[in-house]
Ligand binder design. Structure first.
Ligand code: SAM
Length: 262
């Protein structure tokens, strides 16, 4: 496990192995030929897939075998695959499910009872640069730097955070993976900076207790492109070099013993 608040992962996905039915096989101590096929967590072709290392680190720290782990914006299913690998019970929803084990739901109305998840991982859309689906409820269609000052985007995310708080068990953890954004003005210098990490941190901490902020170095090869670097230099802006991992804990006041429920 990474011991500091600066994480640099070696690849988008770590190696794991599956049998012919696609079930994760424990490779420890097995000869390479008995390991099964090399498997992927989620889908690396999926635009906006989360690095599985990040989810693995979270689950190793904050969950135990058999725990229920929710991802309400499950995308290509990376969280579910890491859960299978670590013997956690993954529950995945998305507006546009990409595979059968992901159920359709809006993250503002998670179909789970109160206090039923031991951990929540979420990697929400930020800004409008990826077209996830045609569904008009997709939060990726709401502009965090729009003319409304990001009101619709942050309003939607406040409702998602409310749902996370509702379904999370008391004294358990959640992690939100997100990046800030910068929109360059076409053909002109300068642009608009959208401090999405700070904005979401402020909203999360209205409900949950901040535990830590991890800076995850982005392993995006596009950042190495000469034309991107040149544009950043000439336009006097920065390319996004890291994502935030915002870690929170639910600490609801305990109900007094014998308190009547209404
Ligand atoms: C950054 S991707 C998640 C990537 C995912 N963790 C993975 O590794 O593949 C964001 C996801 O949020 C989903 N999404 C957007 N708005 C949503 C909403 N209102 N409710 C549920 N899912 C939503 C999109 O369909 C997209 O799959």
């Amino acid at each position: 496990m990474f011991p500091t608040t600066l994480w640099e992962y070696p690849s988008q996905h770590y190696d794991s192995w599956v049998d012919e039915q696609g079930r994760v096989v424990k490779s420890k101590g097995r000869a390479p030929e008995a390991r099964g096929a090399l498997a992927m967590q989620g889908d690396k072709e999926y635009a906006g897939a989360t690095p599985s290392w990040v989810i693995w680190q979270c689950l190793m720290r904050y969950t135990r075998v058999g725990d229920t782990v929710l991802d309400p914006m499950c995308g290509s299913g990376t969280t579910l695959d890491v859960c299978a690998d670590l013997e956690r019970r993954g529950v995945g929803f998305d507006l546009a499910p990409s595979r059968e084990d992901i159920r359709q739901a809006d993250a503002r109305h998670v179909p789970m009872p109160d206090a039923s998840a031991d951990f929540v991982f979420i990697d929400p859309p930020y800004s409008t640069h990826v077209e996830y689906s045609d569904d008009p409820r997709c939060i990726g269609k709401l502009d965090s730097g729009g003319e409304d000052g990001g009101k619709a985007y942050y309003g939607a995310m406040e409702r998602v955070i409310g749902e996370i708080d509702r379904v999370l068990k008391n004294r358990r953890y959640m992690a939100l993976y997100v990046s800030d954004s910068f929109r360059k003005r076409k053909g002109k210098p300068g642009g608009a900076f959208m401090p999405i990490g700070f904005e979401l941190f402020a909203r999360l901490s209205q409900r949950l207790k901040p535990v830590d902020i991890v800076c995850v170095v982005r392993g995006n090869r596009k950042l190495e492109r000469g034309n991107w670097r040149k544009a950043a230099e000439e336009g006097n802006f920065f390319l996004r070099g890291f994502n935030y991992l915002l870690i929170m804990k639910k600490e609801a006041a305990d109900e007094p013993r014998g308190a009547a429920r209404s």
